[in-house]
Design a protein around this ligand. Structure first.
Ligand code: FES
Length: 177
C-alpha cells in the first residue's frame, strides 16, 4: 500500500445514511394507517369497557304508594325497579308488604321467605294476623319476626316519605325485631 492509498483509507468521508423513497413512503403510509386504525379501534374499546367505567347508581328509591293509603293492616304493593347490569337493562317487578305501626311509622317488608325463598302471604284462616309461607309453613309476625321454620326475620326495604308518597329503597336486614 502506497502513501496515497493509506491516506484515503484513514480519511474516508463519513457517509450519511439517506432514506430511500420506498422507506419514506412505507413510514408515512404506516403512520397514517396506524393513526386511522386507532381512531376506529379506540371508540370500540371505550364502548366495550363503558359499563365498567359507569358509576353504579346506589340507593335509588322508587315511588310505591300514597302515604294516606297505608294502614295498620299490611298491604301488598307491586313496584318496578330499573336495573342496569353491564349492557343489560331491565325493570323487574318487585313486591313489598307495607304497614303503618302504632307510632305512625311506615315500614315495608320483603315478601321473600327467609327459609328457602318462597313468597309469603298475609293472614288468613291458617295463620290469622301472621305472615305465612305456603312452602314449609314458616310464620312471621307483623314486624317480620320469624316465629317458625325460618331462621331469620323478613328483610326490610329502606323507606322514604316525600310529598305524600312512600318511596322504597334497597333491602336491608330487619331493623324492627
Ligand atoms: S321457603 Fe318458606 S317455609 Fe320454606
Amino acid at each position: 500500500m502506497d502513501h496515497n492509498e493509506q491516506q484515503e483509507t484513514t480519511h474516508k468521508p463519513v457517509k450519511r445514511k439517506e432514506m430511500s423513497r420506498r422507506q419514506f413512503l412505507s413510514y408515512t403510509l404506516g403512520g397514517a394507517g396506524a393513526f386511522m386504525a386507532g381512531g376506529a379501534i379506540l371508540p370500540m374499546i371505550r364502548f366495550a369497557v363503558d359499563p365498567i367505567l359507569q358509576k353504579k347508581e346506589k340507593g335509588a328509591f322508587v315511588k310505591a304508594i300514597e302515604e294516606s293509603k297505608v294502614t295498620s293492616e299490611p298491604q301488598q304493593v307491586d313496584f318496578k325497579v330499573h336495573q342496569v347490569d353491564g349492557w343489560y337493562e331491565s325493570d323487574p317487578k318487585m313486591q313489598a308488604w307495607i304497614t303503618k305501626d302504632e307510632k305512625g311509622n311506615i315500614f315495608a317488608l320483603s315478601p321473600v321467605c327467609k327459609h328457602l325463598g318462597c313468597t309469603i302471604g298475609w293472614s288468613g284462616e291458617e295463620a290469622p294476623n301472621l305472615y305465612h309461607c305456603p312452602c314449609h309453613g314458616a310464620r312471621y309476625n307483623k314486624e317480620g319476626k320469624n316465629l317458625k321454620v325460618a331462621p331469620k326475620p323478613l328483610d326490610e326495604y329502606q323507606v322514604k316519605r316525600e310529598n305524600g308518597w312512600v318511596y322504597l329503597g334497597p333491602l336491608e336486614p330487619n331493623t324492627r325485631v
